[in-house]
Design a protein around this ligand. Sequence first.
Ligand SMILES: C[S@@+](CC[C@H](N)C(=O)[O-])C[C@H]1O[C@@H](n2cnc3c(N)ncnc32)[C@H](O)[C@@H]1O
Length: 222
Amino acid sequence: MQTKPGQPHSPDTAARRREGVRLIAPAAERNLGPILEVVALHAPIQGLALELASGTGQHAAAICRAHPGLSWQPTDLDDTTFESIAAWGVHLGTANLRPAALLDAGRPGWGITRAPVDLVLAVNLLHLITEAEARAALHGMAEVLAPGGVALIYGPFLRADGHASAGDAAFDAHLRAQGHGAGYKPEALIRDMWQEAGLTVTRHEMPASNLMFAGRRAVPAA
Ligand SMILES: C[S@@+](CC[C@H](N)C(=O)[O-])C[C@H]1O[C@@H](n2cnc3c(N)ncnc32)[C@H](O)[C@@H]1O
């Protein structure tokens, strides 16, 4: 993955370092605190949580420690970080981190196979995949939710009036130039798809011009 030029909260897996088995992504170190704050606003006290694109496992382990009532299922398309995810759990002494599992969040239909969960989280994924994959990820995040459950997504997005900063414009251009269909997605895509799926959407401004969206599925009236 590439660094967002001029932005301190970049998704920079290329800059990962290692402490034993544990991988450390500088971006995950920097955005962990703000993400923990928003997760705390929305997370249930207990239940099953599913994380997409878990990467190093830094977020998974830290959220597990902060929310011991959640049973946390980390996943990723790439299994080469699964040892690191487990090692982060041991390092932080969590008892609620499950072994990581393979999951392609861009494959249509994954949501129904994983449902129901009480929380689903994706950090810094959407801009790295195609629009079709992003739509499948967003659809799956809505579909996987139990009544009362919440979907949380964090990353850089295109605003209604364009990029939030020159660094975002440059990083988006860099992603698009690679020719794999990656690039920033409009923030309206999240709101539109989740509202259409019946979720109530809340938007949070995050540091370094990132955004975090929460989409909650209502509990049906008795
Ligand atoms: C920039 S890293 C973010 C990792 C972690 N969420 C974080 O914020 O540190 C992007 C991650 O997305 C994963 N990924 C890419 N495409 C994916 C897909 N289609 N489904 C699931 N994970 C995917 C990569 O393997 C990588 O771990």
